[in-house]
Design a protein around this ligand. Structure first.
Ligand SMILES: NC(=O)c1ccc[n+]([C@@H]2O[C@H](COP(=O)([O-])OP(=O)(O)OC[C@H]3O[C@@H](n4cnc5c(N)ncnc54)[C@H](OP(=O)(O)O)[C@@H]3O)[C@@H](O)[C@H]2O)c1
Length: 352
């Protein structure tokens, strides 16, 4: 059996993944930086632990010795992904994470990382959660349906609720504005500038372009040079977002970011079991080509957190049983467009 590790195993999502892994008969090593929390969970799940801090490269390499796959769940990943990728490349372990951050995807797909992974026969795959499995699969499906697409829009409508790490990641993005891919380049644009009606799968809703990780990942999956990402937003809130542009320097300031993250620690707990079962997600994508031809793909999926647990474990298990050329991948590059349809709670693609 492959030796593998969940790092960040006692966070909201890491713990859900650890519990489901055990239910499936898997035996991950539970890892992270907080010994007490790890000992409590490991005693309950009858698993071993590994405690190390990502700030110390030599400690990361020591800790990963003998590990063949890491499922990284400790975020925001802006500061945790690069040292873990480095550790994995040093010891020869596949790297998966549940990040949704464009900068993390860019690092994972950068030539330096991709080439080393290729040489060593290792897989680096960032984004094995709700962000970006369903949108990435839709992106690939759209590319297959409209191979000469020049523009790709992706989005989702969900009432999934927020986990602490997701809220902190959103706070880190507050001072940056919207992010789009334009002519192959990632470009920050004003928040609230792009808005339109979209039917994500449960009727038309007003929506605004938001900085979602697919503006990075879907480019690697499809090669389409213009990508934006969308989320439902009432018109009054779009106006609010436009005002937020003026506050960007304040929102990006260290003290305010730290204060907001402390508030998250106190107040955000993440959706409970009942909420996760009750609240599905609706995912949509639209591609268009130079002649103005449009194709739309929609799919209903499980709640974002349930999908993250099932999707991340499905990809980890797939890697345990399959051999693939080394390199940097997105989820759909690894498992194909129809992977999303195989996950619990998913329907089938609806194509217009
Ligand atoms: N792709 C998706 O759809 C999806 C779904 C869910 C979550 N996420 C992402 O996953 C991440 C975790 O979310 P969550 O809600 O589970 O977070 P959480 O409950 O706040 O847990 C975060 C975990 O990461 C650890 N951690 C944070 N910073 C660290 C650092 N610098 N070094 C080592 N460990 C660190 C924490 O350890 P301590 O307990 O020691 O602080 C904790 O175990 C977030 O980035 C979130 O956006 C993505």
């Amino acid at each position: 059996m492959m030796s593998w590790m969940i790092y960040g195993a006692t966070g909201y999502t890491g713990e859900l993944i650890a519990r489901e892994a055990v239910r499936l008969g898997l035996q991950p090593v539970l890892a992270g930086r907080s010994r007490d929390k790890l000992e409590r969970l490991a005693a309950e799940l009858n698993l071993t632990i590994c405690v190390f801090d990502l700030h110390y490269p030599a400690a990361v390499v020591d800790a990963l010795e003998g590990v063949e796959l890491v499922l990284h769940c400790a975020g925001p990943f802006s500061s945790t992904s690069a040292p873990m990728i480095e550790g994995c490349l040093s010891v020869g372990a596949h790297y998966l994470d549940i990040s949704g951050e464009a900068s993390v995807f860019e690092h994972c797909h950068a030539q330096q990382q991709a080439e080393r992974a290729k040489e060593k026969g290792l897989v680096l795959c960032s984004g094995v959660g709700f962000d970006v499995i369903p949108t990435d699969c839709i992106a690939l499906k759209l590319k297959q349906l409209l191979p000469d697409a020049t523009h790709l829009s992706l989005g989702f409508d969900t009432s999934s609720g927020l986990s602490p790490g997701t809220a902190k990641t959103a706070i880190e993005g507050l001072g940056l504005g919207n992010l789009e891919r334009i002519d192959g380049k990632l470009v920050y644009t004003a928040m609230g500038k792009k808005h339109r009606e979209i039917d994500f799968g449960r009727g038309k809703r007003y929506a605004m372009a938001i900085p979602w990780g697919d503006v990075s990942s879907a480019y690697y999956t499809t090669g389409i040079a213009n990508i934006d990402t969308w989320f439902p937003m009432r018109k009054s809130r779009v106006r609010g977002a436009q005002i937020i542009n003026l506050l960007k320097p304040v929102l990006a300031s260290r003290w305010l970011q730290a204060l907001l993250k402390k508030l998250v620690d106190k107040q955000v707990k993440g959706p409970d079991d009942a909420a996760r079962h009750r609240l599905p997600s609706y995912v949509w994508g639209e591609a268009r080509n130079a002649e103005g031809r449009r194709v739309t793909v929609r799919i209903k999926t499980a709640n974002g957190y349930s999908l993250t647990v099932d999707g991340a474990l499905a990809i980890a298990q797939w890697l345990m049983h399959n051999t693939v050329a080394g390199g940097s991948y997105t989820p759909a590059m690894l498992l194909g467009a129809h992977f999303i349809e195989t996950l619990p709670g998913s329907g089938s693609f609806i194509i217009d």
